[in-house]
Ligand binder design. Structure first.
Ligand code: SF4
Ligand code: SF4
Length: 97
């Protein structure tokens, strides 16, 4: 699909279709990728609370893998993660390595 130019956008860039943000896989913007280390995870869910992109999946009150389609790699989750006994449960690695 050809990207829209500014002349194609509605005045004020008003969103006319609810839920359309899910179509944009913003994970392609990432230069660093968070990696979960489950053995250091205490399931505090801080990462889920702090993630600005809702890119951490939670099921039955427990965190699961990252949703890399929408994770922009900002690193907030890794920064806020307390981990277990000083060992982080999220580390940031360079994308593609
Ligand atoms: S790196 Fe940023 S966008 Fe990705 S899961 Fe962590 S807080 Fe969310
Ligand atoms: S912030 Fe860290 S310790 Fe807490 S749930 Fe997320 S990965 Fe696990």
């Amino acid at each position: 699909m050809k990207p829209k130019g500014w002349k194609d956008l509605p005045p004020g860039s008003v969103i006319t279709r609810p839920g359309s943000a899910t179509e944009f896989k913003t994970g392609s913007w990432r230069t660093f990728r968070p990696v979960w280390v489950p053995e250091n995870c205490i399931q505090c869910l801080f990462c889920w609370m702090y993630c600005p992109d809702m890119a951490i999946k939670v099921k039955d009150g427990k965190r699961e893998e990252f949703d890399y389609d929408y994770c922009k790699g900002c690193g907030i989750c890794a920064r806020e993660c307390p981990g277990k006994k000083g060992q982080k449960a999220i580390i940031m690695v360079e994308e593609g390595k």
